[in-house]
Design a protein around this ligand. Structure first.
Ligand SMILES: Nc1nc(=O)c2ncn([C@@H]3O[C@@H]4COP(=O)(O)O[C@H]5[C@@H](O)[C@H](n6cnc7c(N)ncnc76)O[C@@H]5COP(=O)(O)O[C@@H]3[C@@H]4O)c2[nH]1
Lengths: 181, 181
């Protein structure tokens, strides 16, 4: 149930707000850059949301995969939210080398709410064991998929990428998942 | 249980990160402003977190209370979070008129996670009724108080302000709660 609430929070407090504006942000970005090679194909204009089954979320994608490198940030979006005037939202563009050494670019980030699940499983006062955390990650995925599939605002603007990283093999699957976009 | 997760999320994903830096942000802000009258007393250098029992969260404080007006934003904080490079966090300063018409300033915002609870109670697919939402708000408060009281990082840097707004009387208690800081 914790995960169900975190999935809804991720959707209503974030994805529902930013995904409809993503196309616009990418267009602005490409105009500003002048480099038309980056994010050239519209089918890749999606937020790639990384969901590691371990719920372990590094703050930098480079820590999980050496084939992935931060490229640039998209233009910021400012929205008045719950008393914070002009709260800033932005997404990061990454350069990914595929197995042939070809560079691709994509907008990607981890599903931040999983960081809460991970922290809760580390703090005894939170009442979440490691076994329960695993179940909660699966529930998070199910709840998130369900709400996104019903969402007109988010249709075709995202891709959920599940990372089976529970066997210490993160460096392996990562280049594959990003280059298979 | 949804509320328990949202309280932990609010703490580990936000309050624990920004509250330790709040003093610094206010100092920087006061130096830049030159106006030493604003936020002059250190005892008011806390984030006032507004928690309406209805979970109804407007995006602007002015909508809830005409005695409250946005003054300015504090300097931004940028942190690499879960793949978003230099994610921006900031807080808003408000000018509040007390019952004698005196102006006071404070850093305030609503407890953003309650917006998720409210939205969930409006969407049938989320499985949260209005009665359950009320219970969840109370659970949110208890869980948040518990985790904040144990937190070294957040000690004395916040004030939870519970708003009993379930009888359509928001314009009344608001000036009181803010001017009684
Ligand atoms: N007032 C306020 N200002 C902030 O900058 C802020 N950032 C987070 N929060 C609240 O703290 C809690 C923990 O945040 P987390 O990042 O784990 O989840 C976030 C995160 O996964 C995603 N999200 C929200 N804003 C951003 C953002 N700018 N960039 C990336 N992800 C974001 O959507 C979730 C829900 O967000 P909110 O529903 O706005 O409330 C959050 C949440 O309750 C904030 N609250």
């Amino acid at each position: 149930n914790v995960a169900h609430g975190l999935a809804w929070s991720f959707y209503t407090g974030y994805l529902k707000l930013v995904l409809p504006k993503l196309e616009n942000s990418i267009e602005q970005y490409r105009q500003r850059q002048g480099n038309r090679e980056i994010l050239r194909h519209r089918h890749s204009w999606r937020l790639h949301i990384l969901i590691p089954l371990s719920a372990f979320i590094p703050d930098k994608l480079e820590e999980a995969d050496q084939c992935v490198r931060f490229h640039d940030n998209l233009p910021e979006i400012a929205i008045d939210r719950a008393g914070v005037r002009k709260r800033i939202y932005k997404n990061s563009v990454y350069r990914v080398l595929d197995q042939q050494g070809q560079a691709h670019h994509c907008v990607a980030e981890y599903a931040t709410p999983l960081q809460t699940l991970y922290t809760m499983s580390q703090e005894s006062s939170a009442g979440l064991s490691s076994e329960e955390r695993r179940q909660q990650v699966l529930l998070f995925i199910r709840s998130l998929e369900a709400v996104l599939e019903e969402s007109v605002e988010c249709r075709n603007r995202y891709r959920l990428i599940i990372l089976d990283d529970e066997h210490e093999q993160e460096a392996e699957p990562d280049p594959h998942f990003l280059s298979k976009k």
